[in-house]
Design a binder for this molecule. Structure first.
Ligand SMILES: CC(=O)SCCNC(=O)CCNC(=O)[C@H](O)C(C)(C)COP(=O)(O)OP(=O)(O)OC[C@H]1O[C@@H](n2cnc3c(N)ncnc32)[C@H](O)[C@@H]1OP(=O)(O)O
Ligand SMILES: CC(C)C(=O)C(=O)O
Ligand SMILES: [Mg+2]
Length: 516
């Protein structure tokens, strides 16, 4: 009989099936940290490991059983006395313990892997479950490769497992082969045909080989399953298991069509996701549902505008519901004026007038065409550049020839008090050649360059270079800053800024002497 109780049990297997991902092995300390995060997330069951697998796995299950209060702690065990005893021993300190024993039931697995006749497998189902009940009343039995198992045989195994004392029956889609409709039909078939099915919770465990793990799990719940086995970030064997965060947020967000509840605190999702990514070394892809870096980020202008006017236009979940502070507006070449204005406000440029904003926006678009992403510091740098006024000398263009063959040549065009001037000079490197060109256009041999410094404002080979130039003349020192994705151009602009500042300072004390 299909359950009328809509509470779905969340069984997390990040520390067991998740750890089976090649390269995802975790140390005891790392497993304990993940177990604490899972307890904070309030999962119902933590499958802490496979106690027989190694002494290290035994210790992990045992230590988690000692330290973690709240969730039921579970260990996996094959259908052998040795595995089950080891699991029972590791779980002794647990407040609530579960032994999860399994055996393959599909023709393929029985014939080639187990090399056992179906009747022997059936006997082992009863024997293993009954033996596990000696250690705990909470025994889960899994039909490995259940989705590819012949239905009559699956019904006989499930009935035998429940008769022997299994309280949870799990039907894994071990190789990620099933589809939502087919999997739901297996659940319905079991409810209709297994006479004692009402004495156990029906559980699902889906792998993502066809990208259907979450869809299959949810379809099974709609058909009456009440436990979902899943992992943080979808970590797991091959293409992974059903992702816990996707299941939870799908159930919360579409509760109108899937009226099921869990006991989980979704605001702890990000914390668990980041921790599992850090300890497993599996980086979360940026476009991963729920926890990917782009899941709550908007770059295109039309979306940013809609989001700023009313978040629900482009967001079906609140970032706070998974433990993020807020969504992010990523500034790039697809961004529009609304988002740019909002970003300026956020960065402390609330007082800028419309013309200054338009000017900064034009320069932002120019920069965005050159860079993949424009970071906050890039915007600060370009606004600062734009706020310069009273400039006697203005940068127009620069071309340089550089490289190991030399000589390095700079061809510079500036305007000095509105008049266009050009120079073509050589130097010891492109920067020296450029500074010589400025000297030629606007002679100032009495001034001295005291500092020349370059640093990247943001990361990557397309980063903006921020250049600082310190000039000293007539007892005054000035600093010129400029930024550009081209280091030589930034250097030229910083130098010109410093020259302008010295001219201005000098004019204040001796206006006639400096006018050029
Ligand atoms: C679908 C799943 O995720 S199943 C869980 C998979 N996880 C793991 O395998 C990780 C931990 N595993 C291990 O550390 C090891 O495989 C161990 C300790 C369990 C077993 O190691 P070994 O004794 O060296 O055996 P090995 O792994 O080479 O082969 C598995 C044996 O278990 C048998 N077996 C497999 N599943 C079961 C089962 N559910 N019940 C009983 N026997 C089983 C196989 O038929 C094979 O038996 P054989 O040696 O008689 O041919
Ligand atoms: C051990 C079982 C539950 C399993 O991981 C699987 O079949 O995928
Ligand atoms: Mg599995």
């Amino acid at each position: 009989m299909v359950s009328s109780d809509n509470r779905v049990i969340i069984f997390d297997t990040t520390l067991r099936d998740g750890e089976q991902s090649p390269g995802a092995s975790m140390s005891l300390d790392e497993k304990l940290r993940v177990a604490h995060a899972l307890a904070e997330l309030k999962v119902d069951v933590i499958e802490a490991g496979f106690a027989i697998a190694s002494n290290g796995d035994f210790r992990s299950v045992n230590e988690i059983a000692k330290q973690i209060k709240g969730p039921t702690i579970c260990s996996l065990a094959r259908a052998t006395k040795g595995d089950i005893e080891r699991a029972g021993e590791a779980l002794v300190p647990a407040e609530n313990k579960r032994i999860h024993t399994f055996i393959s039931t599909s023709p393929l697995h029985m014939k080639y892997k187990l090399q056992m006749e179906p009747e022997r497998v059936l006997e082992k189902v009863s024997e293993s479950v009954a033996f596990a009940r000696r250690f705990t009343d909470d025994v889960e039995w899994s039909a490995e490769d259940g989705s590819r198992t012949e239905h009559d045989f699956l019904c006989r195994c499930v009935e035998a497992a429940i008769d022997a004392g299994a309280t949870t029956i799990n039907i894994p889609d071990t190789v990620g082969y099933t589809t939502p409709g087919e999997y739901a039909a297996i659940m319905t078939m079991l409810f209709n045909r297994v006479p004692n099915i009402d004495k156990a919770i029906l559980s699902v465990h889906c792998h993502n080989d066809l990208g259907l793990a979450v869809a299959n799990s949810l379809a099974a719940v709609q058909a009456g399953a009440r436990q979902i086995e899943c992992t943080i970030n979808g970590l797991g064997e091959r293409a992974g298991n059903a992702a816990l965060e996707e299941i939870l947020m799908a159930l919360q967000t579409r509760n109108d069509v899937m009226p099921y509840s869990t006991g989980l605190d979704s605001t702890k999702i990000m914390n668990a996701s980041r921790l599992v990514s850090a300890v497993s070394g599996f980086v979360v892809q940026p476009n991963k549902a729920i926890v990917g870096a782009n899941a709550f980020a908007h770059e295109s202008g039309i979306h940013q505008d809609g989001y700023l006017k009313h978040a629900e236009t482009y967001e079906i979940m609140k970032p706070q519901s998974i433990g993020l502070n807020k969504s992010s507006l990523v500034m790039g070449k697809h961004s529009g004026r609304h988002a740019f204005k909002e970003k300026l406000k956020e960065l402390g440029f609330a007082e800028m007038g419309d013309n200054a904003i338009q000017d900064a926006f034009d320069r932002f678009k120019e920069l965005a065409d050159k860079k993949k992403e424009v970071y906050d510091d890039d915007i600060v740098a370009l606004v600062d550049d734009g706020l310069r006024d009273n400039e006697h000398i203005k940068f127009v263009s620069l071309g340089v020839i550089c490289g190991s063959k030399g000589p390095q040549v700079a061809e510079l065009e500036l305007t000095v008090n509105g008049e266009t001037k050009t120079a073509k000079t050589t130097g010891d490197g492109p920067i020296d050649a450029t500074f010589n060109a400025i000297q030629e256009i606007y002679p100032h041999t009495e001034w001295q360059l005291k500092l020349y410094q370059v640093h990247a404002v943001t990361e990557g080979t397309d980063a903006q270079a921020q250049v600082t130039v310190k000039l000293e003349g007539d007892g005054r020192t000035v600093i010129g800053n400029a930024s550009s994705t081209d280091t030589v151009v930034a250097s030229c602009m910083a130098y010109v800024t410093a020259v302008n500042k010295l001219i201005l300072k000098s004019q204040k004390t001796a206006p006639d002497a400096m006018a050029s």
